[in-house]
Ligand binder design. Structure first.
Ligand SMILES: [Zn+2]
Ligand SMILES: [Zn+2]
Length: 195
């Protein structure tokens, strides 16, 4: 049986305004964002019942053409562990790869977050991005709509492109950005989204 032939409860796309209201109550950021990533993912993907969807960090396994790719960006925060310099970037980047398995009726989503290097002490390593909870909620909502569009016949996905307000202090420094450094190996749409 094809996925689209399995009857599902009526669904709607995520309402951006509703999500903004949720986000407003979560105004701080934290390093330990796992709860927010998985909590929001599970909250939305339960609408795909009886199908189960799982969210997992990308572990480097090569993915073939059968995997869908969805990339999104957000305002994120960094803190250098060497010199304590903190900075904000509007170019926080997440890449999702997702696929539904017809035989097990489960879907898997791999996600990958990208770091940046401190411009003050220019260390060898990239700092991990700290994601604001409302930005996580935004990109997971966009991911949910994209999965719905590819597998569940969502009529019209509404992709939220807004980001937390605020101007970054400096121009985006591509030399210090892991996403830019690795973009050579990425898909074409990357370059439009990450200017
Ligand atoms: Zn530093
Ligand atoms: Zn970049």
């Amino acid at each position: 049986m094809r996925t689209r032939d399995i009857p599902l409860k009526p669904m709607r796309s995520v309402d951006p305004d509703e999500d903004k209201k949720i986000g407003r109550s979560l105004s701080c950021y934290t390093r330990n964002m796992e709860v927010v990533w998985h909590g929001e993912f599970n909250r939305l993907c339960q609408h795909f019942f009886p199908h189960r969807w799982y969210l997992s960090p990308y572990l480097g396994r090569p993915l073939n053409y059968q995997w869908y790719t969805f990339t999104d960006c957000a305002k994120v925060r960094f803190l250098c562990k060497f010199c304590d310099h903190g900075w904000t970037s509007m170019k926080g980047r997440v890449v999702f790869n997702f696929q539904f398995n017809e035989s097990s009726l489960t879907g898997i989503v791999f996600f990958r977050l990208f770091g940046q290097k401190c411009q003050r002490c220019t260390p060898e390593t990239f700092e991990h991005a700290m994601w604001y909870p409302e930005e996580v909620i935004k990109v997971i909502g966009n991911l949910f709509n994209r999965i719905g569009q590819e597998y569940y016949g969502f009529y019209r996905p509404c992709v939220r492109v807004d980001r937390r307000p605020g101007k970054p202090q400096a121009k985006h420094n591509k030399e210090c950005c892991q996403a830019c450094a690795e973009s050579k190996n990425m898909f074409p749409e990357w370059h439009d989204l990450h200017r």
